[in-house]
Write a protein of this length. Structure first.
Ligand code: DMJ
Length: 603
């Protein structure tokens, strides 16, 4: 190092590295010379000593040093692979410890510390495999409920309370109330009306009723019943109801009940194809095909995935999601008719029943609904779900969309038998479709779907409006043949199809249409329909299904209130009359087939 002077007179320091380089080269040469003068034996001893020293260094180097890299040190941009890999391992270790079933054996273990393998029998260790680490987090919850905000919402809450009062008085803890005979009806023995109603009461801020129901669930809801139940119905109503109540309230009671129920339904998936049996005994944990035949309904086996996936995501146990998703994956591989599916599938062969009816009504409907909703639930990350949905709508437009001869009302027909003959008939169940189409369009699917949605909404509305009760029948037939008769009607109803079960599908669609368009006509249509329910289904102790919508003087009350009246029809009416359209955020929540909101996940 030298002190020198610049031309302008300022001082500077010069560091001469060349000299030291020369010295280094000289000393390396002499070292090399000395090394060559060693005998082979001496060199081997040197090798041995060097290797031993290196091994000792590696052995005693503390493991934590490898992990002690802070986020700031990680050069994500520059691709410092070693550091990123080390960090990733650390994250995996942390999540494994957090969610390991046996973590209590090692309480206090630090992250990265070696945890001794517990001595559990193999089957328990298998459960360990089931843990996938930290459950994916849903998008943030933005739900807040303040009770009814306007006259229409108040009227809906009043209707709910009236119906609930009858149920509580005459059927408490039973599946359904029979409001005329003041009795009850048991289907599964699971207090269906209570569990199905939990989230509706929560959203309506009916605190007293909600608390009663919550306490019943805590003290009385037991699944250890030696009784066959329908996998689909119990999934969408009971499992869906519990999960939704859990997400809205955060009350772990509901999650515990849901997990117990999910466990008990798992035997339904023990088939050779993975397509579940329709019936499962929650007490004996055994499952089988329905009594009436070997097949399961297509819509049933494909409309359990939202619930089973949600259960997995909250518990961190993937087996529920895996079993249910396998069904969708299997059906994805099956041959379809331009995306349309027959309504029966054999659980053992995993094959569709050849030439079964194709319909978007009973036994077909929610296959299409759950393709879209599963895609949304998983953050639009599973492409085949979206593609199968789009294909299904394409097939619908190609093969099922028809118009009446006179007023050109658009409806969704059915295809029957080997010849796939068109049957000009539409179940009320099909009136869920406009809502689902609108939901898809909002989430980026083709705008043309909205045209179909609007036209079908209008037709469904007509099925109500043309009846003197202003209530739609279960099934409507359509005139597609043009005849020279001014009196020809576009729609007609057969005697056997004239009942109304207080079903929700069209109200559900009105809610989506209102939510996405802001067109108040949809609210007004819903209000008129609600008047129909008020005028022709309301009785002293609640609301009842009726046998005939065509004659206001002879509605033939059926003395039955289905649980979906509370879970869906009244909930969707309440949401339809939410003028702010902000009560539920449809970018964050997806409703299951029974009207229970579940959170969307990022993946
Ligand atoms: C409900 O249980 C569900 O909406 C299901 O998807 C279809 N049937 C009833 C309502 O009609």
């Amino acid at each position: 190092m030298q002190s020198l002077r610049n031309f302008d007179g300022t001082d500077y320091v010069s560091l001469n590295i060349n000299d030291s380089g020369i010295n280094t080269r000289i000393s390396s040469r002499s070292l090399w010379r000395q090394w060559n003068q060693l005998s082979r034996f001496q060199r081997n001893i040197c090798y041995f000593v060097i290797i031993t020293i290196l091994l000792l260094i590696f052995y005693f180097l503390p493991g934590d040093n490898l992990n002690s890299i802070s986020d700031n040190e990680i050069d994500y941009e520059g691709g410092n692979l070693d550091k990123i890999t080390t960090k990733t391992f650390k994250i995996i270790e942390e999540t494994h410890i957090d969610h390991n079933d046996h973590v209590d054996q090692n309480e206090g273990a630090a992250v990265g510390q070696v945890i001794e393998e517990p001595e559990f029998p193999p089957e328990i260790n298998q459960v360990d495999d089931d843990q996938i680490g930290e459950p994916p987090q849903p998008k943030p919850n933005v739900l807040k409920f303040n009770g009814p905000q306007n006259e229409r919402q108040k009227a809906i809450v009043k209707a709910f309370k009236h119906s609930w009062k009858g149920y509580k008085k005459y059927a408490w803890g039973r599946d359904n109330v029979k409001p005329i005979s003041r009795g009850y009806h048991e289907w599964f023995g699971l207090g269906l009306t209570i569990v199905d109603s939990l989230d509706t009461m929560y959203m309506m801020a009916l605190n007293e009723e909600y608390t009663d129901a919550r306490n019943w669930v805590e003290n009385n809801l037991k699944f250890d019943l030696n009784r066959d139940v329908n996998l689909f119905e119990v999934t969408i109503r009971v499992l869906g109801g519990l999960l939704s109540a859990y997400h809205l309230s955060g009350d772990k009671l509901f999650l515990d009940k849901a997990t117990d129920l999910g466990d008990r339904m798992m035997p339904a998936f023990s088939t050779t194809s993975g397509v579940p049996y329709s019936d499962v005994n929650l007490g004996t944990k055994s499952a089988h095909s329905p009594k009436w035949g070997p097949d399961s309904s297509t819509s049933e086996v494909t409309s359990i995935q939202l619930e089973f996936r949600d259960l997995s995501r909250i518990t961190g146990q993937p087996r529920f999601e895996t079993a249910a998703a396998k069904v969708s994956e299997h059906i994805h591989e099956l041959e379809k008719y331009d995306g349309l599916v027959p309504i029966f599938i054999n659980a053992n062969t995993g094959l569709f029943r050849k030439h079964a009816t194709i319909t978007l009504g009973a036994r077909g409907d929610s296959y299409y609904e759950y393709l879209l909703k599963q895609w949304l639930q998983t953050g639009k990350t599973i492409d085949y779900l979206r593609d199968d949905y789009l294909l299904g709508i394409y097939g619908t437009e190609k093969h099922l969309v028809r118009r009446t001869a006179k007023n050109k009302y658009l409806f969704i027909a059915e295809l029957i038998g080997v010849s796939r003959d068109m049957k000009p008939k539409m179940d009320h169940l099909t009136c869920y479709l406009p809502g689902t189409l609108a939901l898809g369009v909002h989430h980026g699917l083709p705008d043309e779907h909205m045209t179909l949605a609007k036209e079908l909404t209008n037709t469904c509305y007509q099925t109500y409006a043309i009846q003197p009760t202003f209530l739609a029948p279960e099934i409507t037939y359509f005139n597609v043949q043009g005849i020279e008769d001014d009196n020809q009607l576009d729609m007609y109803v057969k005697n056997t199809d004239a009942h109304n079960l207080l079903r929700p599908e069209f109200i559900e669609s009105l809610f989506y249409m209102w939510y996405f368009t802001g067109n108040k006509t949809y609210q007004d249509w819903g209000w008129k329909i609600f008047q129909g329910f008020e005028n022709y289904t309301k009785v002293e102790n609640g609301y009842t299904s009726i046998g005939n919508v065509r004659n206001p003087l002879n509605t033939r009350p059926r003395d039955m209130t289905e649980s979906f009246w509370y879970a869906e029809t009244l909930k969707y009416l309440y949401l339809l009359f939410d003028d702010t359209r902000q009560l539920v955020d449809l970018d964050r929540w997806v409703f299951n087939s029974e009207g229970h909101p579940l959170p969307m996940y990022e993946i």
